[in-house]
Structure formats: structure tokens, C-alpha cells
Design a protein around this ligand. Structure first.
Ligand code: F6P
Length: 319
């Protein structure tokens, strides 16, 4: 193998740049040429491909976002689109691809593999929802952003003796909500994986107030409902006044945490190793703190679900 390419796709995540840097530097270290594809799969279809050098990825390890930019491509979901993408790779002499992104991006990689291109997926999404890996790039930074917000909200919630509802991202996964709720000492955490009982939430809020609690924080994952909807329900069903805070895309930005930079470097380098050793259709991840590789197809076959021990613990500690 002489030349590979790297792209970032789907929702961006802090640490994507560190992963791009690792792929580029490791590839060059191993004597390969490496090209960057700009604007994800859409850019691939359009041939937005440039050769990268060691210096192209200098001074980016600490930057959020992605220098390769990202996009969601409807055209790539068609066979015609994927064939155009392959043609561009061929035209540029590219023999394999590293895809940095979430599960939609991994699906794209799997489909390219089916057309004969070796691909490795590097998990990067703040949602931490890729099956087969304990940790995705960007999750730790997003989590710390949420914690910072909760701590600030707690100050004003205490001063005014209010109940706050904080809505966090995560799409259909509750990891961000659960970890943030546990680390932020939230009274109630709503995640898509577990059915919520409204009477329980109301009872917890009321008994907290009865015990002289000055404030309450409820974390709601966007996959359950919006903070505004929950506020409306609590007002209607129990007369409970709340304030809401929707953290939105601030969760996707910012300088990556040390943890995200480290795993991004490890995952990126491992992806290049896998390709050099002649394997395609592989996902990179972390299991028991060890960087591992596994079949890309497994991402879509087994569901890791929510960490139920952690969920139980969050309930025990917020009585
Ligand atoms: O997958 C990352 C994510 O931030 C989700 O948490 C969220 O639901 C979605 O992307 C938002 O997507 P967009 O930036 O396209 O609005």
C-alpha cells in the first residue's frame, strides 16, 4: 500500500483534529502518502482531495472542530454516489480510507468496503453511541462542557431555590445525560433507554423540597423529549415551576480534553497500522482501557446499551 486517505464525517466532535493528525503523522512515519478528503463523503464525491504533509496537521491537536470539515451527504447514501466516490479515490491513487465519525459514517465505510475498498472506522461522536467501543472521541470533552454548565446553573438554581431542567444532546443514546447527571449530582436523569415514570419524578422533587432542598437539577437527554416539553408537563401535572437550559451545539465545540487527545492519537495510529497489515472493514475502539480492533459489521449487529450499573448508581446517590 502506498497511499491512503482520511476524512471526517457526520456531527463533528472535539478531538477529531487530533485523530486526523495521528493518521497523517503515523502514515508518513510508516512511509505512506496520505491525502485529506474535505467535507466528508460529499467532498469525496466531489473530489475535494488534497495531499497532506507533516506540517498540514501542525498546531491542530488542541483545536475543536475538524480542519477537514464535515458534512452529511444524501448523495452518498445512493449506490451511484458511492461509485462516484470510489472513482475519485481511484483517480487520486488512493488504496484505503480512514473514516473518523459516528455510526452513520461507519455505515458509509462498511458500504465502501462492500465495493472493495479497505476502510477503517475511528469512532468520534459526542454521543458515545458506537457499539463495540466503551469510548468515542469527543465524549469526554462534551461531558466536561455539560458539567461546567451544570455547575453554573446550580449556582443560580440555589440562589433562587429553583428547579432547572437541562437538555443535553446524545441523539438516541443516554450516555452523555447519564454521565453528566452522575458527575453533576443531578436529582433526576432521563435517558431514552429507560422508561421514565412521571409520578416518580414529581415525588422526588416534592420530597426534596420537603427536606429543605434549595434546588433541583433534572437532566433530560434530547432523545427522551425537549426540556420545554418536560417543563410544560411538570407545570400542568404538578404545578411545578421550572427554568430550562438547552445546551445545544456548545457541547460539540471547544478544545479537546487531554483524554480525548490521547484516545484520538491512539485510535488514529491504530487505524493506519490495521491498514498496513492488510485488513479493511475494521472498527477501532476501547475495551477495558485497551485499544482494540473489531469487525466494522459488528457495530450494526450488537447493541451495547446503557451502563445499567451506572444508571442504578445515579439513582441511589440522588435520593
Ligand atoms: O451526533 C452528534 C449530535 O450532536 C447529536 O447529539 C445531535 O442529536 C445531532 O448531532 C445534531 O445534529 P446537527 O448538528 O446536524 O443538528
Amino acid at each position: 500500500m502506498k497511499k491512503i486517505a482520511v476524512l471526517t464525517s457526520g456531527g463533528d466532535a472535539p478531538g477529531m483534529n487530533a485523530a486526523v493528525r495521528a493518521v497523517v503523522r503515523k502514515a508518513i512515519y510508516e512511509g505512506l502518502e496520505v491525502a485529506g478528503v474535505f467535507n466528508g463523503y460529499q467532498g469525496l464525491i466531489e473530489g475535494k482531495i488534497e495531499l497532506l504533509q507533516l506540517g498540514s496537521v501542525g498546531d491542530i491537536i488542541q483545536r475543536g472542530g475538524t480542519i477537514l470539515r464535515s458534512a452529511r451527504s444524501a448523495e452518498f447514501r445512493t449506490l451511484e454516489g458511492r461509485e462516484k466516490a470510489l472513482k475519485q479515490l481511484k483517480l487520486n491513487g488512493i488504496e484505503a480510507l480512514v473514516v473518523i465519525g459516528g455510526d452513520g459514517s461507519f455505515r458509509g465505510a462498511l458500504e465502501l468496503t462492500a465495493l472493495g475498498l479497505p476502510c477503517v472506522g475511528v469512532p468520534a461522536t459526542i454521543d458515545n453511541d458506537i457499539n463495540g467501543t466503551e469510548l468515542t472521541i469527543g465524549f469526554d470533552t462534551a461531558l466536561n462542557t455539560v458539567i461546567d454548565a451544570i455547575d453554573k446553573i446550580r449556582d443560580t438554581a440555589t440562589s433562587h431555590e429553583r428547579t432547572f431542567i437541562v437538555e443535553v444532546m446524545g441523539r438516541d443514546a443516554g450516555d452523555l445525560a447519564l454521565w453528566a447527571g452522575l458527575a453533576g449530582g443531578a436529582e433526576t436523569i432521563l435517558v431514552p433507554e429507560e422508561k421514565y415514570e412521571l409520578p416518580n419524578i414529581i415525588e422526588r422533587l416534592k420530597s426534596g423540597t420537603g427536606r429543605g432542598k434549595k434546588h433541583s437539577i433534572i437532566i433530560v437527554a434530547e432523545g427522551v423529549m425537549s426540556a420545554a416539553e418536560l417543563a410544560e408537563i411538570l407545570k400542568r401535572e404538578a404545578g411545578i415551576e421550572t427554568r430550562i437550559s438547552v445546551l445545544g451545539h456548545i457541547q460539540r465545540g471547544g478544545s479537546p480534553s487531554a483524554r480525548d487527545r490521547v484516545i484520538a492519537s491512539q485510535y488514529g495510529a491504530k487505524a493506519v497500522e490495521v491498514l498496513i497489515e492488510g485488513r479493511g472493514s475494521i472498527a477501532i475502539g476501547m475495551r477495558n482501557h485497551v485499544v482494540v480492533e473489531y469487525e466494522l459489521a459488528d457495530v450494526f449487529e450488537q447493541s451495547d446499551g446503557l451502563d445499567m450499573d451506572m444508571y442504578k448508581l445515579s439513582k441511589e446517590l440522588s435520593i
